[in-house]
Write a protein that binds this ligand. Structure first.
Ligand code: PLP
Length: 367
């Protein structure tokens, strides 16, 4: 059996450090926010080369607060892509705004800058590119258009901890950048978690208030806020894990490159492309094939788990039918949804698993 992901392997590799950190929080009596979370914020801000980080309870909350801090509200439009996890779009709805989709470009499956400008209206209040699978969107092209219209860019970096674009970290290019610490993400908590990074003093201050009931001083509520605070146990665990993130990221990249080496010559599938000057952190290693369902069946028969990220683009989800989109509106996203197949990848994965998965895929073409 080859698992898609093995969270227990990561825990076992740093068990003594994690156990000590958790016990420390239990003994401290400080269970929400507090010193561990404040230190995580400083360390994560440093990691991303930004001024501020605001820790929250999920990546979705990070997106919600970023949108609110950028001034997005009822009646506004926010441009994003339909080929993403649904949370990107839900956060826009939470803010009371209308999601407006632009298709992805076919190589990286991230926001197509060539189609962006046509979607901008006087109501457009933010643009949310998604750094899908761990590779950043074309930020220069997106920023050039956004800056021309003075529209803030909010990076959905929930899959892209440590990714880079021309040397700049994910989250550091836009007005703000949002990360998830869901357990399966590249930097994962042992529970829920998220964080926003920004260089804006004003927006950081607003988001700090909004995550904690809109207060700076207890029981003095200046804004209509939320309970989006991070638990101290998650903060302590994430601080430990952040110290290992670069090594884990390099392990992911090595697995990704080995897959591409072994599968690069296959006639019936396409391997992901690493764009020059972008550091891909392989949250997901997704191949593409017209025979996707058959490949997944064959892998499953060989005891190899795989995933689909994502089988239905958001504009075709029932939950968002009210937006009025229909099949055919975003052909690149729709083709990707039919063709992508995510192979097992995680830092602790033994290299021979990569070889075994690649061999199983090769065999499907012989038969
Ligand atoms: C995981 C994810 C989110 C949401 O993060 P949660 O912590 O699960 O709320 C948002 N956007 C993308 C692209 C994601 O992968």
């Amino acid at each position: 059996m080859i698992p898609f992901l093995d969270l227990k392997a990561q825990y076992q590799s740093i068990k003594s450090e994690i156990d000590a950190a958790v016990l420390g929080v239990l003994a401290s009596g400080q269970y929400i926010l507090g010193e561990e979370v404040a230190r995580l914020e400083q360390e994560f801000a440093d990691y991303c080369s930004v001024k501020h980080a605001i820790a929250v309870n999920t990546g979705t909350s990070a997106l919600h607060l970023s949108l609110l801090a950028a001034g997005v509200g009822a009646g506004d439009e926010v441009i994003t892509v339909p080929f993403t996890f649904v949370a990107t779009v839900s956060a826009i709805c939470y803010a009371g705004a209308r999601p407006v989709f632009v298709d992805v470009e076919p190589v990286t499956l991230t926001m197509d800058p060539a189609q962006l400008e046509a979607k901008i209206t006087p109501r457009t209040k933010a643009i949310v590119p998604v750094h899908l699978y761990g590779q950043m969107a074309d930020m220069d092209a997106i920023k050039a258009i956004a800056d021309h219209y003075r529209i803030p860019v909010i990076e959905d970096a929930c899959q892209a901890h440590g990714a880079q674009y021309k040397g700049a970290r994910a989250g550091s290019i836009g007005t703000s950048g949002c990360f998830s610490f869901y357990p399966g993400k590249n930097l994962g908590a042992c529970g829920e978690g998220g964080i926003v990074v920004t260089n804006s003093d004003d927006q950081a201050k607003t988001m700090r208030m909004l995550r904690d009931w809109g207060q700076e001083q207890r029981y003095h509520h200046l804004l209509k806020g939320f309970n989006y605070r991070m638990d101290a146990i998650q903060g302590a665990i994430l601080r430990i894990k952040l110290r290992h993130l670069e090594v884990w990221t390099e392990a992911r990249r090595a697995h990704g490159r080995r897959y591409s080496l072994l599968l690069g010559g296959s006639a019936n599938l396409r391997t992901p492309v690493e764009i020059a000057d972008r550091r891909h952190v392989y949250h997901v290693y997704a191949i593409r094939s017209r025979d996707r369902d058959q490949l997944q069946r064959v892998l499953s028969e060989e005891g190899i788990q795989s995933g689909l990220h994502y089988p239905i683009p958001v504009h075709l989800q029932k939950a968002h039918a009210d937006l009025g989109y229909k099949a055919g509106d975003f052909p690149i996203s729709e083709a990707a949804a039919r063709e992508v197949l995510s192979l097992p990848i995680y830092p602790e994965m033994p290299a021979w698993h990569v070889d075994q998965v690649a061999a199983a895929l090769e065999n499907t073409y012989v038969s």
